[in-house]
Design a protein around this ligand. Structure first.
Ligand code: NAP
Ligand code: G4F
Length: 325
């Protein structure tokens, strides 16, 4: 083993995993990633860095596979980003979501504790834990009231991380991240569904865009900014928990307005509300207060809401154009 810093990322094939892997490679880390076995590869987001990272097969459902990966890669830092992360699926598959998103965290923590308790650990907690918000804006002290099986599972992951820190003195941090988006966002999430829809409608491949709750408000930031916060948490003298957010909220309707407006279209001409897309219980509004991260980590977001929307629409326009040629 060399003196080079080593990081292990679960969920490296996801949006955040892809941005974090690039961020760490730029800082000269040796980057290892956990991938689960599938009959077709899901490496699209990390294709461009495929030969610079070391991938290991393991699964959040399988304790020994996680222990083996930690033993093999001997990381200084573990970023636990893997999860069943889509809220509607958590209503359809609550048990599986609990296994991945809640108990999966304990499995990764146990692997860290068994192999090397000096490893620094990051847990991907979520603003979805605030659910039916008890105060605005939300801070690290705001009481949790999750509104989906996903949110409930994330509350478990958050508290087991704190519990392992307090019980075993692990350097374990929980980042309570508000919604963050990018051109690499999965297409089922509302921002990417809109940017993809706008591009298809603009280029004549689609007529209408069906959405659910247009009144929902989110504090949307750029994923590239948010992975920097994850890393900063693990570089501090002591482990702690941090809210990461922009402090500004917008509705789904406003997202549509900016996205369609960017290509000279009027959103009301193309968006239809589909009742089937409403959730059994939704999170109506989220807005974070990231003052602790600003003061202690020196973290602030660089990309504004409008820049983010335009970046996503432009990327989808380019991709959809290429699909046609
Ligand atoms: P994402 O794009 O959905 O990626 C999820 C990753 O988890 C994928 O790499 C997926 O692998 C992997 N995974 C799922 N189940 C697994 C299992 N059983 N074993 C191993 N790997 C598994 O999510 P994201 O947006 O990057 O988010 C990263 C993390 O942050 C998640 O934990 C999410 O819940 C949390 N979070 C996200 C946001 C946000 O706004 N993006 C906000 C707060 C918290 P496959 O490629 O094989 O499916
Ligand atoms: O984009 P969404 O699916 O994200 P949601 O539910 O806020 O969850 C995301 O952010 C969490 C952080 O708070 C993460 F932890 C989680 O993993 C995930 O990344 O939906 C945002 C809002 C919801 O209120 C939803 O009801 O948009 C509303 N919405 C309206 N129409 C829609 C749609 N959501 C989706 N996915 N699709 C629609 O057609």
């Amino acid at each position: 083993m060399t003196n080079q810093r080593r990081a292990l990322i679960t969920g490296i094939t996801g949006q955040d995993g892809a941005y974090l892997a690039r961020f760490l490679l730029d800082r000269d880390y040796e980057v290892h990633g956990v991938v689960r076995r599938s009959s077709t590869e899901t490496f699209e987001r990390i294709n461009s860095i495929r030969d610079q990272v070391c991938l290991h097969q393991a699964d959040l459902l399988d304790q020994l596979s996680l222990v083996r990966v930690v033993e093999k890669s001997r990381p200084h830092e573990v970023y636990n980003l893997a999860a069943q992360s889509f809220v509607p699926t958590s209503f359809d598959q609550p048990l599986l979501t609990g296994e991945f998103t809640a108990l999966g965290v304990t499995r990764v923590l146990e692997a860290v504790r068994l192999v090397d308790p000096a490893i620094r650990f990051y847990q991907a907690s979520s603003s979805e834990m605030f659910g039916k918000v008890q105060e605005e804006p939300q801070t690290e002290q705001t009481p949790l009231w999750p509104r989906s099986p996903y949110g409930v599972a994330k509350v478990y992951g958050h508290w087991i991380t704190i519990n392992f820190r307090e019980s075993y003195d692990l350097f374990a941090c929980s980042g309570i991240l508000f919604n963050h988006e990018s051109p690499l966002r999965g297409k089922e999430f509302v921002t990417r569904k809109i940017s993809d829809g706008v591009a298809r409608i603009k280029l004549g491949r689609q007529q209408k865009l069906k959405l659910g709750n247009l009144d929902a408000q989110r504090d949307w930031g750029f994923a590239g900014d948010y992975v920097r916060a994850m890393w900063l948490m693990l570089q501090q003298d002591a482990p702690d928990d941090y809210v990461i957010a922009t402090g500004v909220k917008h509705s789904v309707r406003e997202f549509c307005e900016v996205a369609f407006g960017h290509v000279g279209l009027t959103w009301q001409d193309h968006v239809e509300v589909d009742q089937a897309l409403l959730r059994p219980a939704d999170v109506n509004t989220l807005c974070g207060d990231a003052r602790k991260a600003k003061t202690q980590l020196g973290w602030e977001p660089d990309v504004s809401f409008k820049e983010l929307v335009r970046m996503m629409v432009d990327a989808d326009l380019e991709r959809v154009r290429k699909e046609a040629t």
